[in-house]
Each structure stands twice: as structure tokens, then as C-alpha cells.
Design a protein around this ligand. Structure first.
Ligand code: ATP
Length: 363
């Protein structure tokens, strides 16, 4: 546990009957950080957030907020407001009444209520809609109302569950900037659940990647992107090629790994932990492999057949299959692909430098 932890999940388990949605989670959430929780559908991200909000009770373990156990504290007694994808605004109330709601519930007197609501309407730039019914607002305006409504009590932590997923792409990017600036200015801890890599990686100080109820990796976006710990994380991030095999030679930092697709050199043996005969898995991201019609020299290479080509704006992702059936992906600019035979079924060479491979320490 760090001194800075505002929230601690200490061995937290959540089961629904015999199904374990969250498995023995240990997680510290630091004061003032923007923490994103990511993972594929059903991995337990929302359940984790709901336990923090008091909407689900942990089956085992303890959740502490500012050092105090909150397992049994009802939602209305914790200061952990939540912003939902659906926003859950009160449809028959005006913007002002929505924002004022939780202050009323807390019995804050009228003059102070008015002053705090005005401050948040102004801060979220929705003063001009104050008396409008929330049903008559645009998606972006409704987002701002939802944020003002949650922040008006000036909590230490704000929980956000896919708050931007219903917005169009342009507005999503605008709201990302609003959220990220707001979080920095206020210094409030944000816990943000999303399945979107771009949202998590552009806003968060740290990202938690979950799979099937377990934390696979926690780190800052650069760390996770450059050094995924497990095969799940590498594949979740999209463009990686994963090779599993055994170490056939180890000499200081450089190692050689024999896989069903061939033997390959890897430049870095993390902390020199791998020795001859050990199992090892490494990844090479799709933008770091080269494609050529002829066998390249002085680099790792294997033959593969072209499965197809997928256009992704300025680049293309080439899907390939190795002789042993291994699926590979290469992400290249259109210029780089000009001279390559990309007809489906064509045999070409896939190559990469030893420095481009990364050993997965968690495999
Ligand atoms: P999504 O991105 O689809 O919202 P998620 O990662 O947020 O997914 P959770 O909502 O946390 O996933 O659900 C985790 C697992 O727990 C899922 O398999 C879900 O079906 C199950 N689950 C969640 N709530 C309940 C419940 N009340 N009763 C039974 N099972 C539940």
C-alpha cells in the first residue's frame, strides 16, 4: 500500500452465486490520479466500480476509502458519485434542479445551494440552459449537466462508467479534453471505466487492464504499450504478434528462442531471468515488422502467406499466416507496401530486428 492511496481494494472478491466476477483484487488508487480501468466486455470493470460506489457489496475482502472500511457503508453515506453512460439525469427536472439535487438531499441551505449550483453551472458552461428541461439538451450539454451534478458536492473521488460511449467521435474527443482538464484543475481522483483504448490512454495517469475478473497489468499508458506483461494485454492492445517457445541459447542479455515458426533472436532478456530450456513468449508489434518478397539478411525472418489486407486510413494492416498456422499482422504505410506481392495466398517474408521483440514477463 502506498501512503498516497485514497482507495484500497484489499483481497476483494465479488461472486454472483457460483460465478466469480472479480477475483481477489488488490488495488491502490492514489489520491488525485486519473485511473482508467479497461478490459473486454464482462471482465468485471463495472462490478469493481459499483463496489466502490456502494451499489454492490464485496463477497470477501475489504475496501477502504481514506483509510476507513466502507464495505458496509450505504451509497448515500459515501462521497463517491458516479457518472453513467446513460447519465441518469432526472428527465422532468431542469438543469438547475438536476445539479441542485444532491445538495438538497444533504440538507444544504438555500443560499449556499444557489451559490454552489451557480458556480458549477458556470464552470461547466451551462448557465444559459439553467432553466431548460434536461430532455431538451444536446448530448454534450447533458454530459456537462451530469458532471456538474456529480461534482457539486465537491467529492474527493468521481466514478465514471463509460461516460462518453454514447457520443459521436468528434464530441467524444472534445469531452475527453474537458474531463482531463477538469480532473487536473480540481485534483479530484477519477476512476474511469472504459473499453476504449484511446480514451484510457489519452486521459489516464495509470491504466488497469482486466481480464476475466483479474488484473492483468497496471501501469502508465507508455509502460503498458511498450512493455505488456501478458499475452492477453499484448493482444488486447491490438497489433502484436505473439511467439511462444523455449530458450535455445542465452548469452547475457541476448537470447535465442525456438518456436514452432522458427528460431529467433531477442535482444533483451529482462533481468536476465531466462536460461536455456525455459519457456518464453515474446511479442513483436505489427508496426515493427517488415515485409519483403525476398529473404532478408541479418534479421529475424519467417515465411508467411498473405491472408488479406485491411485499410486503416493512412496505413494498412496485412493479415498473414505462418507455415505452422501462426496468425500475424503487419501495420504499414501504403508507400511501404507498394513493391510487395499482397495477393491472397502469396508467400512473402516477415522480418524484424532482435531489438523489436519484447519478452512477456507474465507468461
Ligand atoms: P461491460 O463492458 O460489458 O459492461 P464489464 O467488464 O463492466 O463489462 P461487469 O458488468 O463487471 O463487466 O460484469 C462482470 C461479470 O459479472 C459479467 O459476466 C456479468 O454477466 C456478471 N454480473 C454482473 N452483475 C451481475 C449480477 N447482478 N448477477 C449475476 N451476474 C452478474
Amino acid at each position: 500500500m502506498t501512503d498516497q492511496a485514497l482507495v484500497v481494494f484489499d483481497g476483494v472478491v465479488k461472486s454472483f452465486g457460483s460465478f466469480v466476477a472479480v477475483e481477489r483484487m488488490d488495488l491502490d488508487i492514489r489520491k488525485g490520479e486519473f485511473l482508467a480501468i479497461m478490459g473486454s466486455s464482462g471482465c468485471g470493470k463495472t462490478t469493481t466500480l459499483r463496489m466502490l460506489a456502494g451499489l454492490e457489496a464485496p463477497t470477501e475482502g475489504e475496501i477502504r476509502l481514506a483509510g476507513k472500511r466502507i464495505n458496509d457503508l450505504p451509497t448515500w453515506r459515501r462521497d463517491t458519485p458516479m457518472v453513467w453512460q446513460s447519465l441518469a439525469l432526472f428527465p422532468f427536472l431542469t438543469v438547475r434542479e438536476n445539479v441542485e439535487f444532491s445538495l438538497r438531499m444533504r440538507g444544504v441551505e438555500m443560499a449556499e445551494r444557489r451559490q454552489r449550483v451557480d458556480k458549477w453551472l458556470d464552470r461547466m458552461q451551462i448557465t444559459e440552459f439553467a432553466d431548460r428541461n434536461v430532455a431538451h439538451l444536446s448530448g454534450g450539454q447533458r454530459q456537462r449537466v451530469a458532471l456538474a451534478r456529480s461534482l457539486v458536492t465537491e467529492p474527493e473521488i468521481l466514478l465514471l462508467d463509460e461516460p462518453l460511449s454514447a457520443l459521436d467521435a468528434h464530441l467524444k474527443v472534445r469531452m475527453q479534453t474537458v474531463l482531463s482538464n477538469l480532473q487536473k484543475e480540481l485534483g479530484i481522483t477519477f476512476v474511469y471505466v472504459t473499453h476504449s483504448q484511446s480514451e484510457a490512454f489519452s486521459m489516464a495517469d495509470r491504466v488497469v487492464i482486466m481480464s476475466r475478473g483479474r488484473i492483468e497489468q497496471i501501469g502508465n499508458p507508455q509502460e503498458i504499450y511498450r512493455a505488456p506483461r501478458t499475452k492477453f494485454v499484448a493482444e488486447f492492445l491490438g497489433s502484436s504478434n505473439v511467439f511462444a517457445g523455449k530458450v535455445s541459447a542465452a548469452d547475457g542479455d541476448a537470447i535465442r528462442i525456438a518456436t514452432p515458426s522458427g528460431e529467433f533472436d531477442v535482444a533483451r532478456n529482462p533481468a536476465k531471468t531466462l536460461a536455456k530450456g525455459d519457456k518464453a513468449t515474446f511479442v513483436v508489434s505489427g508496426d515493427r515488422v517488415q515485409l519483403s518478397n525476398e529473404r532478408p539478411v541479418g534479421v529475424n525472418g519467417m515465411q508467411a502467406s498473405v491472408v488479406g489486407e485491411e485499410f486503416v486510413g493512412a496505413t494498412a494492416v496485412i493479415h498473414l499466416e505462418g507455415v505452422d498456422g501462426l496468425e500475424l499482422k503487419a501495420q504499414k504505410s501504403h508507400d511501404e507496401l507498394e513493391q510487395i506481392n499482397l495477393i491472397p495466398g502469396a508467400k512473402i517474408w516477415v522480418s524484424w530486428r532482435a531489438e523489436a521483440s519484447h519478452i512477456l514477463p507474465g507468461e
